[in-house]
Design a protein around this ligand. Structure first.
Ligand SMILES: [Zn+2]
Length: 499
């Protein structure tokens, strides 16, 4: 009350701010000192205006806030540091907001409407890509005239370069939102199109990518999903037991090469390493999704990391008038669907490595960097583990005791509300398993074959021109509007002087 009265007196008097008479008793405390220095840094942070010549949109698929926290600790612990207080590259981005990820027709969304929201500025229905809210699932004729134009279309129309990089199939929902319009995200190759859609003239996602009619097409395409582009008659170059998936007899890799005689197609690490700044470039490094980062070394043909792909994409994109690049860490989501936390955290740490590399390379005066997730997962970090407890381990409390649940068994810090880690019947004792193993499935409550997405807000973090517009709580489709605003501002030189 005394403080309030004093404040009121000051306000009434309209005089100088309250003088801090003396340092608080905790002023020498290490946390206090650290936060005070942080405050000083924040006070000198200025928003950046002007045109974003370049935009990089990083999407951690399924990278909810619990994943960010657990991955931060994992990253610190892998480096032999204190995990909890580790600052990741993503953590260091100056601006952030909470993002509402619901779909037009669903409380919990999938990657199709969420990616569409981010790259095209509207919400749409679950499983639908690049079409507006009036489109309905599987209705090909009904999708006509419902197409939305992505930020990549805007970029190509302005003569900028464009790129899509993903560790998932490059025809998977998130990257597909850059270039495709489909009434079902599963229509990745011709054999997935139902007869009805085929007869109505609908085209699969892989073909839409190759035939994308904007500007000179995508300048960089790097990811997985080779089988979506090859006919059933073609043998896969990496796995000679496997064939392409296309039942229309078309070889889209050849078609791409014919459209782009100067373009380079690569499918393995050796060819990738040999690339210069060749443009355009098409890299399809796996028949299906690419490997999880923790298992990448075991790949038969060898494949680049997400970091290597992204830096290569910049080599190709930087030579023009500007660019828009999407980088998706697509397999964080897949690991979570499997209930395999170690793999999910490994791919999140790799995404952070990419963000660090990009932040060290780009000029933030003209490059807008955005890091976000399309949706969350039902992944939890809970119990009262002591500081420094292995993030993939059993809960050990501050007294150093393994904590037992009411069934007499210990439990892990990381778990899922649903998924394949659940059992029907009594909960197994997790201490008999290696809970830190890459393929260990954390325990879950509700038995589902695949863990489901989570519906709570995700985070967006950003740096560069107009990044300060990411504040408070936003709708996911605002991300497109900020990108478009940043891209279309006049250059400082273009501004008419008012002197
Ligand atoms: Zn998913």
């Amino acid at each position: 009350m005394i403080v309030r009265a004093a404040l009121a007196a000051v306000l009434l008097a309209g005089s100088a701010p309250i003088a801090l008479a003396q340092e608080p008793s905790q002023a020498a405390d290490s946390y206090f000192v650290e936060a005070r220095a942080d405050l000083e840094a924040r006070l000198s942070t200025q928003p950046t205006m002007g045109r974003a010549r370049n935009i990089i949109l990083f999407i951690g698929d399924g990278m909810g806030v619990s994943t960010l926290t657990a991955a931060r600790i994992h990253q610190g612990q892998l480096a032999g540091q204190d995990g909890e207080s580790t600052w990741t590259a993503m953590d260091r981005l100056p601006y952030s907001a909470l993002v509402r990820t619901y779909a037009h027709d669903a409380q919990v969304s999938d990657s199709a409407p969420t990616a569409t929201a981010m790259v095209a500025g509207v919400k749409t229905r679950n499983d639908i890509i690049g079409l507006d809210q009036t489109a309905t699932l599987n209705d090909c004729p009904g999708s006509r005239g419902r197409e939305v134009q992505s930020i990549f279309t805007v970029a190509e129309a302005a003569g900028l370069r464009t790129g899509v990089v993903s560790t998932a199939r490059i025809t998977h929902a998130t990257p597909a939102a850059a270039y495709a319009h489909v009434a079902n995200r599963d229509w990745e190759n011709s054999s997935e199109l139902p007869a009805e859609a085929r007869e109505a003239g609908c085209v699969d996602i892989a073909r839409q990518m190759i035939e994308w009619p904007h500007g000179d097409g995508l300048d960089v395409i790097l990811g997985g999903g080779r089988s979506q582009f090859l006919p059933t008659a073609a043998t896969d170059p990496e796995d000679t037991q496997a064939r392409g998936l296309r039942d229309d007899g078309r070889d889209l890799v050849q078609e791409w090469q014919a459209r782009h005689p100067d373009g380079r197609y690569v499918w393995n690490a050796t060819q990738f390493a040999d690339l210069g700044a060749d443009r355009p470039v098409l890299g399809l490094f796996e028949r299906d999704h690419m490997e999880f980062e923790a298992q990448r070394a075991s790949d038969a043909g060898g494949e680049p990391s997400l970091t290597e792909m992204t830096l290569k994409a910049l080599d190709v994109l930087e030579g023009g008038e500007g660019y828009v690049l999407m980088v998706e860490a697509g397999r964080i989501d897949h690991a979570h669907h499997l209930g395999a936390a170690a793999l999910a955290l490994g791919d999140t740490v790799e995404l952070d490595r990419v963000v660090a590399a990009v932040m060290a390379r780009v000029d933030l005066s003209d490059t807008l960097v955005i890091v976000t997730a399309d949706h969350s997962h039902n992944f939890t970090m809970a119990g009262y583990p002591q500081r420094g407890n292995p993030i993939l381990g059993l809960v050990v409390d501050v007294d150093g005791d393994v904590v037992e649940a009411r069934d007499g068994h210990p439990y892990t810090t990381l778990a899922y509300a649903n998924g394949p880690g659940a059992v029907i019947g009594p909960r197994p004792d997790p201490s008999v398993a290696d809970t830190t193993a890459l393929t260990y499935q954390q325990q879950a409550l509700v038995p589902l074959g695949s863990a489901s997405h989570g519906g709570e807000d995700v985070a967006v973090r950003a740096a560069g021109p107009w990044a300060h517009l990411f504040q408070g709580t936003i709708e996911q489709h605002l991300i497109y509007h900020v990108m478009r605003h940043a891209m279309t501002q006049p250059e400082p030189d273009d501004q008419v002087s008012t002197d």
